[in-house]
Design a protein around this ligand. Sequence first.
Ligand SMILES: [Zn+2]
Length: 172
Amino acid sequence: MFDIGDKVWVANWDKGKRWETCPHCLGEKHLTIIMGDKTQVSIDCVCCVETWRSSGKIAVYDYIPNAKEVILDGYEVKSEKGEKKTSYRSDCWGFDNVFATKEEALAFALAKIEQQKTEDKRNMEYNKEKAGKTWAHNATYHIEAIKGFEKQIEYHKSKLAVAESHIKKEAE
Ligand SMILES: [Zn+2]
């Protein structure tokens, strides 16, 4: 617990975004799927899709820990689920992660970053799994649609053939 006028260290981290080649399509933007009957189909990579098109790149995040020294000019004690939580203030900014030393603040920031990295990784795995299902689904869907249209084409062709034979008969 700190008091007004105390010099403290606030733990924080910066988030940087950079682009990496998509690990699924290796920047190719599409994937080849081999179906059960050995038919090969090419389909857009859904892992690196940006709005509408596959870009071949995915966003990765870097985190840089930092600690800033501030002088407290206020605090607020809140009760959350039976636990007391102190929120500190300095220059109108609110801080939750306040420490007595720079080392403690940096250690906290690093721990938070590790937590975030694990979460990013989990999200990536989840997307990969979801993408796998989508690819299979999309490929199956398009193949079924083609089969359906082929059947319709056959049907319409056969109707036309019948009509043609009628015309021929009348002409004879
Ligand atoms: Zn991709």
